[in-house]
Ligand binder design. Structure first.
Ligand SMILES: [Zn+2]
Length: 311
């Protein structure tokens, strides 16, 4: 009987542990808040909005591919010590899902881009409920994400709300000007030459927002292998449309782009590398491209220079 009672007590205790309290939904500590983000583009806007009130850790540095990134032990330590974890979601940081799930009950963990209305998102080709996560390339959409970051911070840390709101307003004004700049720059490329061929499909939002035809050699994730057939199809397209430049990406190997150049050469069509674009990571810290605005400006300038020359 006693043994039975003990077993029942033990079960209750274990049950209670499993049903631990949810992660705190508001910040009750002393600023600065410890916030951990995944990709630099998100970290940059969090820093702009959070200012001195936030101490930011960005898990993925320049040149890091978020599709393939796996948590290292020091990441778990950073997550453990965070007040708030913000990540993009929409499967961008695919391998970090189980890590986030392990911390979700202890630290407030938010997939910020998943708060957007799905009607503004692009579906992954061939799927109805899976979305393309590369939305920072539509500056107006990234500005909406900035507002979501602001809303999240204001709710989590009410004492900082007026600061966050003022900084978000300034940031969104700057992003509106950037959106305008990109729009105007793309318009300077001859219409038939507004074609962007890159190593993976990171630029579909860019294409939709600014009127550029976008083609990737690989599928959405760099975990997929580019097929010989896909290269052949693209060579056909490039020769037919007389496209003279393709682009390499900061987080992706150039091998597939080189295969494309070789394929065109065999068809007596000169195709060159128009430059390097930042895709899923920003440039080096302390460089102009090490910020979201700088990264976008660099990309559009590289694109315009290469495609304008070829028109
Ligand atoms: Zn990507």
């Amino acid at each position: 009987m006693i043994r039975l009672l003990l077993a029942s007590l033990l079960a209750t205790t274990v049950g209670c542990t499993a049903r631990s309290a949810p992660a705190p939904s508001t910040f009750t500590g002393t600023a600065p808040l410890q916030i951990t983000c995944t990709v630099g583009m998100l970290g940059d806007i969090v820093k702009r909005i959070g200012g001195e009130r936030v101490e930011l850790t960005t898990l993925m540095g320049p040149g890091t591919d978020p599709h393939l990134y796996r948590a290292v032990p020091s990441d778990r330590k950073k997550l453990e010590q965070s007040d708030l974890v913000l990540y993009c979601g929409l499967h961008l940081e695919g391998n970090l899902g189980p890590t986030f799930d392990a911390f979700r009950s202890r630290v407030r963990t938010v997939a910020i881009c998943e708060k957007l209305d799905p009607s503004v998102l692009l579906s992954e080709e061939g799927t109805a409920d899976s979305y393309d996560p590369h939305l920072w390339f539509d500056v107006s959409l990234w500005s909406s994400v900035a507002q979501l970051v602001c809303d999240e911070l204001c709710e989590f840390d009410r004492a900082g709300a007026s600061e966050y709101t003022a900084r978000t307003k300034a940031l969104r004004t700057e992003l509106a000007a950037l959106h305008q700049y990109v729009t105007e720059q793309v318009q300077t490329i001859a219409e038939g030459q507004r074609v962007m061929i890159t190593a993976h499909d990171a630029f579909r939002y860019f294409g939709r927002a600014y009127g550029i035809e976008v083609m990737g050699i690989q599928g959405l994730s760099t975990a997929d292998e580019a097929g010989v057939r896909r290269i052949g199809e693209l060579v056909e397209f490039i020769v037919e449309r007389k496209i003279s430049a393709v682009f390499v990406e900061s987080t992706i190997s150039e091998d597939n782009v080189r295969a494309l150049i070789e394929g065109c050469k065999a068809r007596n069509h000169a195709l060159r590398i128009g430059g390097e674009l930042f895709s899923d990571a920003m440039g080096a810290k302390d460089s102009a491209e090490g910020t979201y605005v700088g990264m976008i400006r660099n990309n559009v300038n590289t694109l315009v220079q290469a495609l304008r020359r070829s028109s």
